[in-house]
Write a protein that binds this ligand. Structure first.
Ligand SMILES: [Ca+2]
Ligand SMILES: [Ca+2]
Ligand SMILES: [Ca+2]
Length: 403
């Protein structure tokens, strides 16, 4: 008898309950997988309910030109149960699916893919129009969209140019470059303080290179000649005092000669009121330069009036003109000539109901060129007590620049 084996056999039999003498008869102690104490056979996998394999994790981040990222790990399955007792934990879920494909490698660039990369200056957003809306820069396009190297150059213009390009470079004036602001000569025989005020206000618009004043009274009763006027691009004439009988014709002839030579003339009240003492005479009146009919004289009602019907609200002559009133409203009682256009007119005169609404701004053509007359007295309130209030500077500025 091998006592060692016998003791082991006995120990194995002792683990069995009474009546179950199933000890190996052959002497072997290798038992088969038997029943547990409840008599229910367990599977080797733990007997839980079927585990659900978890979905794979998210794919890896897109690679930078390399392989796709590794798949994420599956989640741990839930514990199973057979209803009588907990089963063992399930196995892990399946492995995650492979990550997405990697991105394009960083080597070659492609013009036309809409991505500006490498040496490209643009791609999909290449400039085609280099106009920067600035007349004082020369705009050019270099390169091309087809080769992804298009680029704009906007070089500052610094040279005066006799051919108009819309730019007046620093240091130039209108004698060197036609794009520079015009020079104005104001001719009057009235209130010099009010004239200086107009000069200041008009210069404040920034649209004039210079404005000189010729006060006929301060000039000893002498009116400027056409040659003197030739030093200016625009002459603006008005008066509230007689130019003097000898000068009325001289001034009219000079204005006509100046206009014929290409000058621009704007007249205001009372430069063309035919009452025989104030107005310009000579060729200006007889040669068809003025846009008003010979007037019935002046009117200056004491009740406040102003801008009435505007017939051409979109005209540059009415730009920035919204209000215009005058306590006395000095003006000439005259109609616009046939063939001219009344851009805006006065309100009706409440003191003279038989008067028509006289023109305020009149435009027309003389010898094929545009002209404007302003039927109001230019000085403004309160510098001149009976002057206008509102946007009269804009009216004058617009008229002087109209061509
Ligand atoms: Ca590209
Ligand atoms: Ca430009
Ligand atoms: Ca220019």
């Amino acid at each position: 008898m091998d006592w060692t084996r016998l003791l082991a056999w006995g120990a194995a039999c002792l683990t069995l309950t009474a009546g179950q003498l199933a000890c190996g008869s052959s002497g072997s102690i290798e038992g088969t997988g038997g029943q547990d104490s409840t008599g229910i056979t367990n599977s080797s996998s733990g007997g839980g309910t079927t585990n659900t394999t978890s979905a794979g994790g998210d794919g890896g981040a897109q690679g930078d030109g390399g392989d796709g990222g590794a798949g994420g790990a599956g989640a741990v399955g839930k514990s199973g149960s057979d209803g009588n007792r907990p089963g063992a934990a399930g196995t892990n879920g399946g492995a995650g699916s492979a990550g997405g494909s990697g991105g394009t490698g960083g080597g070659d660039t492609e013009c036309g893919d809409g991505i500006t990369e490498g040496d490209e200056l643009c791609d999909g957003d290449c400039p085609t129009d280099c106009d920067d809306m600035d007349a004082c820069t020369a705009d050019s396009l270099m390169g091309s969209a087809a080769t992804c190297d298009a680029v704009c150059a906007n070089d500052e213009i610094t040279a005066c140019n006799a051919t108009s390009d819309g730019c007046c470079p620093a240091g130039c004036d209108i004698t060197m470059d036609p794009d520079c602001a015009p020079r104005v000569l104001m001719v009057h025989r009235s209130d010099e303080v009010a004239a200086v005020d107009l000069q200041t206000q008009l210069m404040g618009t920034g649209d004039f290179d210079s404005i000189d004043i010729w006060d006929v009274q301060l000039q000893g009763g002498i009116v400027p000649t056409a040659m003197t006027m030739g030093g200016y691009e625009i002459v603006f004439a008005w008066t509230d005092g007689g130019f003097g009988s000898a000068n009325q014709a001289a001034l009219g002839d000079a204005l006509a000669d100046y206009f014929d030579a290409g000058g621009r003339v704007v007249t205001g009240t009372y430069a063309y009121c035919s009452n025989g003492t104030l107005e310009v005479e000579g060729r200006w009146m007889t040669g068809g330069y003025t846009l008003m009919e010979n007037s019935l004289g002046q009117t200056n009602p004491t009740m406040n009036q102003g801008l009435g019907t505007v017939h051409e609200p979109n005209s540059p002559l009415m730009a920035n003109v919204n209000t215009f009133t005058a306590v006395t409203g000095f003006r000439c009682r005259a109609d616009a000539k046939l063939g001219t256009t009344v851009v805006a007119e006065w309100t009706l005169d409440p003191e003279n109901s038989n008067f028509p609404p006289y023109p305020l701004v009149i435009r027309g053509q003389v010898a094929g060129r545009n002209r404007v007359d302003l039927n109001f007295y230019p000085p403004r309130a309160p510098v001149f007590g009976n002057g206008w209030s509102g946007d009269g500077i804009a009216l004058i500025r617009n008229a002087l620049l109209f061509e």
